[in-house]
Structures are given as structure tokens and as C-alpha cells.
Design a protein around this ligand. Sequence first.
Ligand code: PLP
Length: 413
Amino acid sequence: MTSRRQFLVAGAAASLLTPAKLPAAKTTGSDFPYAEFEARIARRDFRDITKDVLPTPCMIVDLDLFEKNLKTMADQSKAAGIHVRPHVKIHKSVDVARRQIAQGAIGLTCATMAEAELMSGAGIKHVLWTKQPAGVNNISRAVALSKKDPTFMFVVDDPQVVDWVEEAAAARNARLKIAVSVFAGMTRQGIENGQPALELAQKVAASQRMEFEGFMAYSGNASHTKPWPARRARSAADLAGVRETVDMARKAGLPVNIVSGGSTGTYNIDQDNGLTELEAGSYVFMDTAYFAVGGKDDDAVYGDFKGALTVLTTVDSKRHPNQATIDYGNKALNRPTDQVKGMPWLQVASQGAEYGILKWTEAGRDLKLGERLEIYCTNLDMSTNVYDRYYVARGERIVDVWPIMGRGGAAQR
Ligand SMILES: Cc1ncc(COP(=O)(O)O)c(C=O)c1O
């Protein structure tokens, strides 16, 4: 006798294939076994699951391109003699992070305390948190994580914070690994280079509870500067003061183990600017903001890394000429600078919380009702924060699902 469970699984497998065979317009919601689909995802049974049955909007990772991007970064950094400590804010995924480590990354860079807790909690060592803790919540969490994971490191750019964390560390009998955040052209954080940075580094090194590891210097204004020669010049200018600080620290007898910074945009530049490690993040997936910055050999398109992440969307309505309504709206982080994969004639626009519009002017173009399209996002940091999972694809087949565990949510604040 067939159990209800076996029946559901068999039924689901058959139904999951249905949309590929039927014209999309004939597929109705009742054909799609959503509850069973979720159960199969939960038990990682991806048989017969193809892109065309996925609920939209959803994020798709092209595994071939993703792996290529990891390899490009690993090969280039190895050849250039610089380490990679990739930034996780782009993907917020333990699965992605593990693959970066497997490709030789020396640790991870995190933007929030919650990201650091997530990655360290998953067993990944040498996590660097690049924002200083200035409130009791973050101070106590940074100290607690340092105690639990002695490889965890965070930054300070203010002597006041050194005093606060020293006190908290003493109360918990913890030891801390600290990098001094120095100004690198962006006014959001970083102590002034030269004497102020040196004095802060000395204060850290002289403290009872802290180990001075080196400097963090993120030249964020250089990352998207174009064309490439201007980017190189910008990064060199932004990091000139940092190099002086590093020289002063070494002359003063401080060990400078790391000088951390850089980005996807400057991955083939910053080995010449005194950095020992790159905090690049976007290279794993890429977005349209980065496509536009141009590369060393191509001013128009930054092709060193490939677009490995798209949002899959469905054409839901088509009642007006030269436009179609899709389910990729404001809540899915629709942006006018997004691009439709393989269809440069389409312009993306928003039509509301759950609606987007695709428009075109070229004669002879059209979209079909039910058609599936893939969209490159404009800014990954923002977009990946509103999706729950990556569907990982080899061609049309879904071969894995990676939860976006570090995205917004109570546990992640
Ligand atoms: C501190 C820090 N380091 C590095 C990066 C570089 O990331 P990406 O390679 O995505 O430009 C960022 C991006 O915002 C950042 O905030």
C-alpha cells in the first residue's frame, strides 16, 4: 500500500515537472504542491526541481559562475601575495563563507556583531568585525565572542572605546584581539593617520586585556571609481596616510600583523598599496553597480567576476503595450538600475510593493505571460538582506539551497 507520505512525494515529483511541459499560461496555482515543495527543500531532496517551478521572486546562484569567481579571486590574490578575508555582508550565508574558506580565505570580514556571531558560531575562525562597539549591547557581545572564540578580532577608532572594552573584558576575564581602524578616504570611521593612530595603537598594545593586531583601512570611495586607472590612483591616495601610520608603528616597535582593507574593485590594485589582506565581498556574486565600474582591460564592463546571482521573476500580467508586470517589486528591492539577464532591451521599473514593470521601446520585442526572467540586482548588500535563501543552480537544475541565515531578524540585529 502506498503511504500518504510516499503518495505526496511521488505526486510532488510529478507536479514539479509539470510547469516545464505545459505552456506557462496554463499552469495554475493548484497544480503546484507548495507545502510538499517546502518539505522537500527541508530534507534537501532536490530531484526534478528546476528553476521553472520555483516560487518567485527568489534568488538564484549560478554555481558554475560562483565557483569561477571564487577561483579568480583565489588565483589572483595568491599570485599577488595578498590574503583574502572576504566580506560576508554581501551574502550573509554560512554556506558561501565555507566555500570561500575552502578556496584559501584566511577568515571573514563582518559588518555587524550578529554576522560575526553567526560565522564564528558556525565554526569559522578569524572573523574580523569592522565596526567598533560603542553601546553596552555590542560591547558585551564583542567581549563574550572574544572569550568564546580567541581568533575573533574587532576594531576601535577611539580611545574612549578602548577604555570601555578594556573594562568589560576585565569584568569577564577575557582577552581581545584588536585592530585600529584608520582613515582611508571615507569619513564614516577611522582615526586620523599619523600620531593619533599611533597613540591609539600604543594604547591598545599597552592595555592589559588587548592584543594589537594591526590596522583596518577601508578605502570605500575607491571601490567604485572608474575607469580602472582612476581607481588605482584613488586607492593609492586614500591609503598613502595608512602606509605612513604603518611605518610609524613599526618604527615604534609595534607588531603590525595585518593591514586589512580593499574591495572587489581594487582586488588587483591594493597589493601595491600596503595592504596585507583584502576584505572584498561582492566578487562572489556581483551586481550592476559593479558591472559598471569597468576593469583593467575594459572601461565599459567589469568582467573579471561574473554575475552569479539573479532574482528570478515571473511575468504576471500583460495588458498594456510595450510593458509587462512582474512580481519583483519594492519589497524585493526592485531598482531602475537593475538589468535583465540576456535582455538588455528591457528597462526595470517599480510599480509597488509586490509589483515591478518591465518596459521596452524596441520594435518587434515582446514578453509572454508566465515567462520567467532573471534580474541582476543593483546592490547586493541590500538585496540579499530581504530574501531567505539562495536556490543554487547548475544550468536549469536546482542542486542545493543555502539559507541566508544572517539576514534581518531579531537574532541578527
Ligand atoms: C569594511 C568594508 N570592507 C570591504 C568592503 C568591500 O566590499 P566589496 O568588495 O563588496 O566592495 C566593504 C563594502 O562595503 C566594507 O564595508
